[in-house]
Design a protein around this ligand. Structure first.
Ligand code: TYM
Length: 330
């Protein structure tokens, strides 16, 4: 079975429906045919200022949502990134192969550092995509299921793998992104020309939110002028986003939904979608809450996951250290 790796940052308690549809749904499907490894990437989450206890809580909450959404620890390894120190170690080696200009061109870095200013931007934010490359390359992952916003980071991972292989001989598998177009970019409900993101206050649908709040958010989503329910991202970004979410959750195609809502209003669409969303997200929230009520059991699952993957990471790192000429430890 080919190997697969993916991860999410524990930067909030709750994941949102963009994380769910863009990535998590694929994770659950792909664990059937791949040797899947899913990480809560806590080291990545340190690039923003966070209270230590809050980070611990979010790390468990993120893991609980993986499981609640259907990631099965009997099939997939689920672990916390910092439990496998090889991630940080490989990052150093790869950072010595990354051009300063190359890293400077990462659009997520450019956007975030522009917002924070140079004093507010830490170097971790700059090297973040290199840590991500290390995550993937450590496990010889052939596929990486992510949303559209990670495409450029994946390209960097591929370039680093190829560069290392070219210089030191075949060492890494060159990973391929797995991005499903229909759900790769879920937009913010209040601002449908921008990506739904964990930092937008009211434009998200959160997996752990109270169903009443969720329903209200869907019903108050920004729609467009006009009244026709039609998929047209340029002219009707709000309605198109709702149709994408609807279709992904309910299984009906966009064309089918357009015809089913022919002659109906935005209000009807949003009311029905609110029910569909609550029907999917509600049970995930319940299972996650249940899992979080037993942190010891959750920690046990995470420890087991780390134990399973650590030998793979250690073997890769040993191979890399040898290739680059670090003197073997005896
Ligand atoms: P993160 O934590 O920001 O997001 C987790 C996953 O959710 C996807 N995603 C979306 N998909 C569709 N629509 C959206 N609005 C949306 N918002 C987020 C992301 O593409 C991602 O798949 N750098 C990564 C975490 C990471 C990683 C890795 C991923 C670290 N190491 C190794 C894969 C492999 C990130 O910040 O994801």
């Amino acid at each position: 079975r080919p190997r697969l790796f993916s991860g999410m940052q524990p930067t909030q308690d709750s994941l949102h429906i963009g994380n769910y549809l863009g990535a998590l749904v694929n994770w659950v499907q792909m664990q059937e045919s791949f040797n899947a490894i899913y990480s809560v990437v806590d080291l990545h989450a340190l690039t923003v200022d966070v209270d230590p206890d809050v980070l611990r809580q979010r790390t468990r909450a993120t893991a609980a949502q993986y499981l609640a959404a259907g990631v099965d620890p009997a099939k997939s390894a689920v672990f916390v990134q910092s439990h496998v120190p090889e991630h940080a170690e490989l990052t150093w080696i790869l950072s010595c192969l990354t051009g300063f200009g190359e890293a400077s061109r990462m659009t997520q870095f450019k956007d975030k550092s522009a917002k924070r200013g140079s004093e507010g931007t830490n170097v971790g934010l700059f090297t973040y995509p290199i840590l991500m490359a290390a995550d993937i390359l450590l496990y010889d992952a052939a596929k990486v299921p992510v949303g559209e916003d990670q495409r450029q980071h994946l390209e960097l991972s591929r370039n680093l793998a190829q560069r290392f292989n070219g210089r030191y001989g075949e060492t890494f598998v060159v990973p391929e992104p797995h991005i499903l177009e229909a759900t790769a970019k879920i937009q913010d409900l209040q601002n449908p020309t921008a990506k739904m993101s964990k930092t937008s206050p009211t434009g998200t649908i959160d997996l752990l939110a109270d169903p009443k709040v969720t329903a209200k958010r869907v019903r108050s989503a920004v729609t467009d002028t006009g009244r026709e329910i039609r998929f047209d991202e340029a002219e009707k970004p709000g309605v198109s986003n709702l149709l994408s979410i609807y279709s992904a959750l309910d299984g009906r195609s966009i064309e089918q939904l357009e015809s089913d809502y022919d002659g109906k209003g935005y209000g009807d669409l949003k009311k029905d979608l609110a029910e569909v969303v609550v029907g999917v997200v509600g049970p995930i929230r319940e299972r996650a809450t249940e899992l979080l009520s037993d942190p010891a059991e959750l920690d046990r699952i995470l420890a087991e996951g780390a134990e399973r993957v650590r030998p793979i990471a250690a073997a890769t790192l040993a191979r890399v250290y040898d290739r680059v000429g670090l003197l073997a430890r005896r």
